[in-house]
Write a protein of this length. Structure first.
Length: 126
Protein backbone atom coordinates (compact mmCIF):
# COMPACT_ATOMS: atom_id res chain seq x y z
CA UNK A 1 0.00 0.00 0.00
CA UNK A 2 3.06 2.25 0.20
CA UNK A 3 2.61 3.20 -3.46
CA UNK A 4 -0.64 4.95 -2.50
CA UNK A 5 1.37 7.56 -0.61
CA UNK A 6 2.53 9.10 -3.89
CA UNK A 7 -1.05 9.02 -5.17
CA UNK A 8 -1.88 12.11 -3.06
CA UNK A 9 -0.84 15.42 -4.55
CA UNK A 10 -1.52 19.00 -3.54
CA UNK A 11 -2.16 22.01 -5.72
CA UNK A 12 -3.57 25.51 -5.53
CA UNK A 13 -7.08 25.46 -6.89
CA UNK A 14 -6.20 28.50 -9.04
CA UNK A 15 -3.63 26.49 -11.01
CA UNK A 16 -4.69 24.95 -14.32
CA UNK A 17 -6.34 21.55 -13.99
CA UNK A 18 -4.39 18.70 -15.56
CA UNK A 19 -5.34 15.14 -16.36
CA UNK A 20 -2.48 14.01 -14.10
CA UNK A 21 -4.37 15.50 -11.13
CA UNK A 22 -6.64 12.48 -10.97
CA UNK A 23 -9.65 13.17 -8.73
CA UNK A 24 -9.59 16.84 -7.69
CA UNK A 25 -10.71 17.25 -4.08
CA UNK A 26 -11.23 20.69 -2.59
CA UNK A 27 -10.18 20.48 1.06
CA UNK A 28 -11.07 24.04 2.14
CA UNK A 29 -14.08 25.01 4.22
CA UNK A 30 -14.79 28.08 2.05
CA UNK A 31 -15.15 28.23 -1.72
CA UNK A 32 -12.14 29.97 -3.33
CA UNK A 33 -12.68 33.65 -4.04
CA UNK A 34 -13.19 34.71 -7.62
CA UNK A 35 -13.25 31.18 -9.02
CA UNK A 36 -16.26 29.70 -10.74
CA UNK A 37 -17.18 26.08 -10.12
CA UNK A 38 -16.72 25.40 -13.81
CA UNK A 39 -13.18 26.85 -13.87
CA UNK A 40 -12.17 25.05 -10.66
CA UNK A 41 -12.92 21.60 -12.11
CA UNK A 42 -13.46 20.21 -8.60
CA UNK A 43 -14.64 16.60 -8.57
CA UNK A 44 -15.60 16.63 -4.90
CA UNK A 45 -15.64 19.27 -2.17
CA UNK A 46 -15.16 17.85 1.30
CA UNK A 47 -15.71 20.88 3.54
CA UNK A 48 -15.76 18.74 6.68
CA UNK A 49 -12.11 17.70 6.20
CA UNK A 50 -10.93 21.31 6.46
CA UNK A 51 -9.66 22.80 9.72
CA UNK A 52 -12.35 24.38 11.87
CA UNK A 53 -12.99 28.08 11.29
CA UNK A 54 -11.55 28.80 14.72
CA UNK A 55 -8.32 26.92 13.97
CA UNK A 56 -8.01 28.49 10.53
CA UNK A 57 -8.38 32.00 11.97
CA UNK A 58 -5.96 31.25 14.82
CA UNK A 59 -3.29 29.95 12.44
CA UNK A 60 -3.52 32.75 9.88
CA UNK A 61 -0.62 31.14 7.95
CA UNK A 62 1.85 32.34 10.58
CA UNK A 63 4.96 30.15 10.05
CA UNK A 64 5.71 30.33 13.77
CA UNK A 65 2.41 28.54 14.46
CA UNK A 66 2.87 25.79 11.83
CA UNK A 67 3.86 22.97 14.18
CA UNK A 68 1.06 23.74 16.62
CA UNK A 69 -1.41 24.14 13.74
CA UNK A 70 -0.52 20.66 12.47
CA UNK A 71 -0.96 19.20 15.95
CA UNK A 72 -4.35 20.86 16.44
CA UNK A 73 -5.51 19.97 12.94
CA UNK A 74 -4.47 16.34 13.46
CA UNK A 75 -6.51 16.29 16.67
CA UNK A 76 -9.52 17.63 14.76
CA UNK A 77 -9.09 14.98 12.07
CA UNK A 78 -8.88 12.18 14.65
CA UNK A 79 -12.04 13.47 16.32
CA UNK A 80 -13.90 13.54 12.99
CA UNK A 81 -13.20 10.21 11.23
CA UNK A 82 -16.05 10.25 8.68
CA UNK A 83 -14.51 12.79 6.27
CA UNK A 84 -11.11 11.13 6.73
CA UNK A 85 -12.65 7.82 5.63
CA UNK A 86 -14.20 9.58 2.62
CA UNK A 87 -10.76 10.86 1.61
CA UNK A 88 -9.16 7.46 2.20
CA UNK A 89 -11.76 5.87 -0.07
CA UNK A 90 -10.84 8.35 -2.82
CA UNK A 91 -7.13 7.60 -2.34
CA UNK A 92 -7.76 3.87 -2.60
CA UNK A 93 -9.34 4.46 -6.02
CA UNK A 94 -6.26 6.15 -7.49
CA UNK A 95 -4.48 9.45 -7.82
CA UNK A 96 -6.05 12.40 -6.03
CA UNK A 97 -5.08 16.05 -5.78
CA UNK A 98 -5.98 18.02 -2.68
CA UNK A 99 -6.93 21.52 -3.78
CA UNK A 100 -6.48 24.54 -1.51
CA UNK A 101 -6.78 28.29 -2.04
CA UNK A 102 -4.19 29.68 0.38
CA UNK A 103 -1.32 31.70 -1.08
CA UNK A 104 1.07 29.85 1.25
CA UNK A 105 2.18 26.83 -0.78
CA UNK A 106 4.10 24.84 1.85
CA UNK A 107 2.45 25.39 5.22
CA UNK A 108 -1.25 24.98 4.52
CA UNK A 109 -4.06 22.61 5.45
CA UNK A 110 -3.68 20.53 2.26
CA UNK A 111 -0.04 19.80 3.11
CA UNK A 112 -0.93 18.87 6.68
CA UNK A 113 -3.81 16.69 5.45
CA UNK A 114 -1.62 14.92 2.88
CA UNK A 115 0.90 14.11 5.61
CA UNK A 116 -1.85 12.87 7.93
CA UNK A 117 -3.38 10.65 5.23
CA UNK A 118 0.11 9.31 4.36
CA UNK A 119 0.68 8.41 8.01
CA UNK A 120 -2.57 6.42 8.07
CA UNK A 121 -1.64 4.63 4.85
CA UNK A 122 1.82 3.83 6.22
CA UNK A 123 0.37 2.57 9.52
CA UNK A 124 -2.06 0.28 7.70
CA UNK A 125 0.71 -1.03 5.45
CA UNK A 126 2.61 -2.39 8.42
Amino acid sequence: MNDKRSAVRIKRVYEMPEQADGRRILVDRLWPRGLSKQAAKVDVWIKEIAPSSELRRWYGHDPNKWTEFRNRYTAELRANPCPVETVLAEVREGIVTFLYSAKETRMNNATALRDYIASIIDDKAV
